[in-house]
Design a protein around this ligand. Structure first.
Ligand SMILES: Nc1ncnc2c1ncn2[C@@H]1O[C@H](COP(=O)(O)OP(=O)(O)OP(=O)(O)O)[C@@H](O)[C@H]1O
Ligand SMILES: [Mg+2]
Length: 217
């Protein structure tokens, strides 16, 4: 399982948080793990996702995030608006370099799976071209059945290998949180890994083990 795409049902669902947590858990197991966020947008000063991921693995931030844009846009429109182009070929070379360097490489998408990196080129295309199996991160509460099903369905239609589904941010306050895991299982065949909304960045031991199991550890 050398490289995996952590994608999501939307922006802000917890991809970075889950990638960071998984990276730390793998590191604790003695695995040489790297993170890669090919493009980060809405970067003011330093890429924040890159900074958090780099703090887990000890990589330089520029290695984790080689391309960044300042506008809060998907990569493709950001490239148009900022008139600053990036090369998919260079990203792919960087990816191969990192894949060689680490035992496990966690690649974080931007937003959801159909977000465009280029004209007619989404993160699903990237996963296919780079041979990445995916983990889908979705919200725990109301609205997640539709988003999770659509993401799962689209990934399957692209013949992507799905390792699992993570429902993130259980609060115990939303009535749909009680039924969502079971319905996601019925709709997709994946028993989702459920992650609570935490005060800080630490997961429980059980949550860590469930995430590790998704990637075969
Ligand atoms: N289970 C959780 N417990 C506590 N905080 C969380 C949890 N999941 C996510 N967060 C917080 O919610 C915010 C959004 O999560 P995150 O940045 O991981 O989303 P994302 O899917 O990576 O977004 P983007 O599309 O911008 O990359 C962050 O501040 C993160 O620390
Ligand atoms: Mg993120």
């Amino acid at each position: 399982m050398p490289a995996i795409l952590i994608t999501g049902t939307d922006t802000g669902v917890g991809k970075t948080f889950i990638t960071y947590s998984l990276a730390l858990a793998l590191k604790e197991r003695g695995v040489k793990v790297g993170c890669f966020k090919p493009v980060e947008t809405y970067v003011r000063d330093v890429p924040e996702d890159g900074r958090l991921l780099a703090s887990a693995t000890g990589q330089p931030i520029e290695e984790v995030v080689p391309v960044s844009f300042s506008l809060p846009l998907a990569p493709y429109p950001a490239e148009i608006e900022e008139e600053k182009s990036f090369s998919l070929e260079e990203l792919r070379e960087h990816f191969f370099l990192l894949r060689e360097r680490y035992e496990v490489l966690l690649v974080e998408g931007a937003g959801g799976i159909a977000v465009p990196l280029k004209e007619n080129y989404t993160y699903a295309d990237l996963a296919k071209d780079w041979g990445l199996p995916i983990i889908i991160v979705g919200r725990a509460g109301l609205g997640t059945l539709n988003h999770t099903y659509l993401t799962w369905h689209y990934a399957r239609s692209m013949s992507l290998k799905i390792l699992g589904i993570v429902l993130n941010g259980f609060t115990g306050e939303d009535v749909s949180e009680r039924t969502n895991p079971r319905i996601v299982y019925e709709m997709t065949g994946f028993q989702p890994v459920c992650i609570k909304r935490h005060g800080g960045l630490s997961l429980s031991e059980e949550e860590r083990s469930s995430l590790l199991a998704l990637v075969g550890f």
